[in-house]
Ligand binder design. Structure first.
Ligand code: VGL
Ligand code: ZN
Length: 183
């Protein structure tokens, strides 16, 4: 697969079996691994929710979510089966500002301070495939930002997990209508 990148969104323990365990997360991880082993996508970029303990999206601060993906905790770690594929330079951390919600990977930065868009352009990528968690939030916002930025975007339907079944269905339908391919 040339010129095509795989983007793995928030396959982190809190979204898999932790404080925000999402529906079908185990299946999404397993199927993503199978896809990687079979198709050898390159590069693979990882998006990581990475909150300070007092983040505004947490209920104690009046936000909608339980504490999750707190920096330095197990819940913020990438699933161990995917770790061998994760490169620091290709990992984009989001939600680090305590005062800002960031669902899109476009708002994240790698350790060198580069954005996802910047790195994809440097690597001359024009097609992206997305898997990860959660369909309605980070996956959708990331996919839509990529589309707006001119990438051809597809989502691996069996490799995504979600907060709410209805929300998941509606998000997939909306994304398809916008021109995001489901495969
Ligand atoms: C997400 C809820 C809270 C996501 C992040 O990445 O989809 N959802 N924080
Ligand atoms: Zn979050």
């Amino acid at each position: 697969m040339k010129d095509t990148a795989l983007i793995v969104v928030d396959m982190l323990y809190d979204f898999i079996d932790g404080s925000m365990a999402c529906h079908e997360a185990d299946k999404a991880v397993e199927n993503s691994l199978q896809f990687i082993r079979k198709e050898h996508p390159s590069p693979i970029l990882f998006v990581r929710d990475h909150h300070p303990a007092d983040h505004c999206s947490f209920t104690a601060q009046g936000g909608p979510w339980p504490p999750h993906c707190v920096q330095g905790t197990h819940g913020a770690d990438i699933h161990e089966a995917l770790v061998p594929y994760a490169d620091e330079d290709l990992s984009f951390f989001k939600g680090e500002d305590p005062a800002q919600e960031q669902y899109s990977a476009f708002e994240g930065r790698n350790p060198a301070g580069q954005s996802l868009s910047e790195v994809l352009h440097l690597l001359e990528i024009d097609k992206v495939i997305i898997c990860g968690i959660a369909t309605e939030f980070c996956v959708r916002n990331t996919a839509e930002d990529l589309l707006k930025d001119g990438f051809r975007v597809s989502i691996l339907q069996d490799c995504i997990a979600y907060v709410d079944a209805q929300g998941h269905k509606e998000a997939l339908q909306a994304m398809q209508e916008e021109g995001i391919a489901l495969r």
